[in-house]
Design a protein around this ligand. Structure first.
Ligand code: FDA
Length: 396
């Protein structure tokens, strides 16, 4: 490797967004190199979707993303749609299926998505340089970006930052993208773990942790914002708190200290028949009613903790109401170590929505998770990675 090498486009990060951007820019005739400190490309893709990569969602809409600017993602999402991703997947003969709620997974392995990206990069003449430590990034007087690395100095006309977020540091996540943004004067929306399990207080854990492993379909709602975010999916009790899709989804909307609300029996009246004059009214009757909806031990525990002193009509009505709007105050989250994504990131006000280019510093681009656009669980985050990458590639 010569001591200084020039490319039209340098991309930092060989993840989903970086690889997609690389071959799209390469196809346009640009010379492209991708630098990554990991020993191989696309590591997070390999572990995604339980090893099967939920690579897109058929129902992708701008409403499925959180951002300080909810409109920002629209342009990119319309330039590269789930159908475009499906066409690419089919071009590579990758078999896939819809699991639920529009979520598309590989039939065989997430490795096929990484192979797709690497093959496309290869055909577009992209150099992927893994095992490369990035030491510094500067912008020279000659309008070139200069990236000093363990493999020597690289210069480029355009620099695309695709280094992802802080989630799963064990997989090589770092804050490099945010540092580069700050270095060039771009604002960062404070980051927080998203799609992450909740931890519970010691008191709540005493009540629930021994039921770890039980799950139920619930509606999880964020009770503090308007309009309220609500997700009807599974919730899972863990030995540290709560997880499962409904909880991961609502965690992205949660602010420390806030309560969440759980409807434990969506669209069902559970205790109404106990209001009949001849009906038995006690803990056993209430538990039996709830057992038809929740796992038996969860039903017993919930009724034991919420039983009224006297089983009056109004007490029963209030029990029903609590079942559908059960307030819980998470103690915290399991943090970046367990978060699927990082919410917050490079402020979208700093970027052009069509190209992902910095408004302050032409030639500098941010794509994928490093940007303050965070998808719901279910293939939306990859769709954002692909779409933002393609937008940048058309300009870089
Ligand atoms: P990504 O993290 O993929 O890539 C960033 C790259 O930058 C990495 O290769 C990293 O090594 C490199 N890098 C970081 N710091 C660096 C530094 N200092 N120097 C050099 N290189 C550096 N989403 C989805 O839509 N469907 C799914 O099924 C799943 N499943 C899933 C499972 C798990 C366990 C996790 C943790 C996450 C998911 N996700 C997901 C989220 C999805 O993986 C994520 O949104 C995308 O990978 C983001 O793509 P990026 O390319 O932006 O970052």
């Amino acid at each position: 490797m010569p001591t200084s090498t020039h490319f039209d486009v340098l991309i930092l990060g060989a993840g989903a967004a970086g690889l997609m951007c690389a071959f799209e820019a390469g196809r346009r005739g640009r010379t492209v190199a991708v630098l990554d400190h990991a020993e191989r490309a696309g590591k997070k893709i390999l572990i995604s979707g339980g090893g099967r990569c939920n690579f897109t969602n058929l129902n992708t809409r701008p409403e499925n993303f959180l951002s300080e600017n909810p409109h920002f993602a629209k342009s990119a999402l319309s330039r590269f749609t789930p159908e475009d991703m499906i066409a690419l997947v089919e071009k590579h003969n990758i078999r896939y299926h819809e699991k639920t709620l529009g979520q598309l997974f590989c039939d065989r392995s997430a490795q096929e998505i990484v192979a797709l990206l690497e093959r496309e990069c290869n055909e577009a003449g992209v150099r992927i340089l893994t095992g490369t430590t990035i030491e510094s990034v500067t912008k020279s007087e000659a309008q070139h970006f200069a990236v000093a690395t363990s493999r020597g100095l690289f210069t480029s006309d355009s620099l695309v930052v695709a280094t992802g977020g802080l989630s799963i540091p064990k997989m090589g996540a770092t804050g490099l993208g945010y540092e580069i943004a700050r270095q060039f004067g771009l604002n960062i929306i404070p980051t927080r773990p998203g799609l992450v399990p909740f931890t519970l207080s010691t008191d709540d854990l005493q009540n629930w942790a021994d039921l770890s492993g039980l799950s139920a379909e619930v509606i999880a709602a964020d009770s503090t914002k308007k309009p309220r975010a609500t997700f009807r999916e599974k919730m899972l009790i863990t030995h540290r708190g709560l997880s499962g899709p409904a909880i991961l989804q609502i965690s992205s909307y949660w602010n420390p200290g806030d309560p969440i609300q759980l409807d434990l029996a969506p669209n069902q009246q559970v205790f109404s028949h106990l209001l009949a004059p001849t009906a038995r009214r006690d803990t056993t009757a209430a538990t039996n009613a709830l057992r038809s909806i929740l796992p038996a031990r969860m039903a017993e525990r919930w009724v034991a903790l919420n039983s009224p002193e006297r089983w009056t009509n109004s007490a029963l009505e209030s029990l029903e109401a609590t079942l559908h709007a059960w307030p819980l105050r998470p103690a915290g989250t399991e943090g970046y170590a367990k978060a699927e994504v990082t919410a917050g990131g490079v402020d979208t006000c700093e970027l052009d929505a069509k190209t992902m280019q910095s408004r302050k510093l032409p030639g500098l681009y941010f794509i994928g998770e490093v940007v303050d656009v965070t998808g719901w669980l279910g293939g939306y985050n990859f769709q954002w990675a692909w779409a933002s990458a393609v937008s940048a590639a058309q300009s870089a």
